[in-house]
Design a protein around this ligand. Structure first.
Ligand SMILES: [Zn+2]
Length: 390
């Protein structure tokens, strides 16, 4: 459990989720001292005031908590984490782990965020730039090559994945799908301090792009909205590595509300696209403790299909008039509706938990949110209603 003095009690996973939701400044203003309680060893985190932007401070805070928890042998929560949710230890003295995952292709992780970079005989192709890694990303690259970074690819526009992109040389080629470039340009147009916005991509594409640099190749593909418009599949064919961010959560259930997917049907479909269109052994998914495999995508696909079924059944079984008669009055429609949604979510959760709480980390923490997203999508989205028919 995490106790935030002078603020409110917030679970670790919620903090991670908030970081995913790109609302990093929500808490940073009120955080001065944070204590993580454990049985024998309280860990205190005090952020350095005014040294970093609110966002940097917040993201560092999240990352530090994850690292402290992963190196703490005592059980800091009452919930058992499945073995499959655990990942390699992050060297505490460095704060990051760099691993070769294919020929000259490397992953780099700080325990809460991960990404990858590729060394070519002409320079380095870096993907994303999570602020939690920040300058450690450059150290990780320098560990394996002294070549300059010539290309930077953005998986999508979310700041928690690309917010540190200005660590790379200004004259690098910044590559992204058009939607990502448009979103960053929109931010740039509004920003009073434009240095906070990652460089707007100089090279964009609509559907596909093959990036060949020296002896190496990356295939970039866009299939439409899923987690966010512009979120792409990044594939290294020689290495059989796929990168897809904020869709797959190896060993864990997704962050709340299906990882705040902007398009529920696109989020679901992305599982099949990954499995059917790509021959991969490793998936770099952007978050959490470990890299994934083809099997992890299969497991999460099964989770999502179970969720579809549970949500559809709950939508059909819970009667609105039954809830209305319990409440006894129609004076406050939102009260009625909230009781109705609660009943649907509860029923969906009760069906999902027995199977999934021992299989995926965090199931009991976030299941209600996934039930909410799927049942609400099933209520209003034509494509989800069509999926429910099968
Ligand atoms: Zn995202």
């Amino acid at each position: 459990m995490v106790i935030i003095k002078g603020a409110k009690s917030i679970g670790l996973a919620t903090l991670l989720a908030l970081s995913l939701a790109v609302a990093p400044t929500v808490l940073s203003g009120s955080l001065t001292s944070v204590q993580i309680s454990s049985n024998s060893k309280p860990i205190t985190y005090v952020h350095a005031q005014e040294e970093h932007s609110g966002e940097e401070t917040y993201l560092r805070f999240v990352s530090d908590i994850v690292q402290q928890q992963s190196t703490d042998n005592t059980n800091t929560t009452t919930i058992q984490i499945p073995e499959t949710a655990k990942g390699p230890a992050i060297p505490a003295e460095k704060g990051y782990l760099v691993q070769e995952i294919g020929d000259q292709l490397y992953s780099v992780s700080d325990g809460s965020y991960n990404t990858m970079f590729m060394v070519t005989d002409e320079g380095v192709i870096a993907v994303d730039a999570p602020p939690t890694l920040g300058a450690n990303y450059l150290k990780a690259i320098a560990e394996v090559t002294d070549k300059p970074t010539t290309h930077v690819i953005y998986s999508h526009a979310h700041m928690d994945h690309i917010g540190a992109a200005r660590i790379f040389p200004e004259n690098a080629t910044f590559v992204a799908q058009q939607e990502t470039a448009s979103e960053l340009q929109r931010a740039m147009n509004l920003a009073t301090n434009t240095s906070m916005v990652p460089p707007v991509p100089t090279e964009t594409f609509s559907k596909n792009m093959t990036l060949k640099v020296g002896n190496q190749t990356l295939q970039l593909d866009y299939y439409g909205n899923n987690h966010l418009p512009g979120n792409i599949f990044i594939y290294a064919p020689q290495q059989k590595v796929l990168m897809l961010v904020d869709i797959i959560f190896p060993g864990w259930i997704p962050f709340p509300y299906l990882a705040i997917a902007k398009d529920t049907a696109g989020f679901i479909e992305a599982h099949d696209i990954a499995l059917n269109n790509y021959d991969f052994d490793t998936i770099v998914a952007g978050h959490l403790t470990r890299l994934g495999t083809n099997a992890d995508v299969g497991v999460q696909r099964e989770f999502v299909m179970d969720l579809e079924k549970a949500a559809d059944n709950a939508n059909q079984n819970v009667s609105f008039s039954g809830i209305a008669s319990q409440v006894g009055s129609f004076d406050n429609p939102w009260l009625l509706f909230s009781k109705y949604i609660d009943a649907i979510n509860k029923q969906c959760e009760e069906v999902m938990l027995p199977k999934w709480e021992s299989k995926l980390g965090g199931a009991e923490i976030f299941m209600l949110t996934h039930c909410f997203t799927m049942t609400e999508s099933g209520r209003v989205d034509p494509t989800i209603q069509a999926l429910f028919q099968d």
